[in-house]
Design a protein. Structure first.
Length: 117
């Protein structure tokens, strides 16, 4: 299927400050991860740290929350902040909150029904 890149708006839900970035949709990632510069530019509140396993092994990342907008859909979502990544990764929690999924036949995002079962 290849890589799925999307235009994403990330905003501080308290101040309304926003940045627009290109992000890689990573359906094997649970959380959305933003580079440290996004946190600095938006003044996102760090609410804790979360242990995660990455391709490089176990690490701890700062945890925050933000408004994320993709394809005109917006949702509040937890995000992790990385001092090592230079790109933003969109994880499954954010995709589900937005009501989006990757269509494997086209490699594009498509809307899905949000279930509360």
């Amino acid at each position: 299927m290849g890589h799925v890149w999307v235009d994403v708006g990330i905003a501080n839900p308290i101040t309304g400050q926003r940045v627009d970035v290109k992000a890689l949709v990573d359906t094997s990632a649970i959380f959305t991860v933003a580079p440290w510069w996004v946190h600095e530019r938006l003044g996102l509140m760090i609410i804790g740290r979360r242990g995660v396993r990455t391709a490089k092994g176990y690490t701890e990342l700062d945890e925050s929350f933000a408004l994320v907008e993709v394809k005109g859909k917006r949702a509040a979502t937890p995000i992790l902040i990385s001092r090592e990544l230079s790109e933003t990764l969109i994880g499954v929690i954010t995709l589900e909150a937005l009501g989006l999924t990757v269509d494997p036949t086209t490699g594009e995002l498509k809307e899905v029904e949000i279930l509360l079962l």
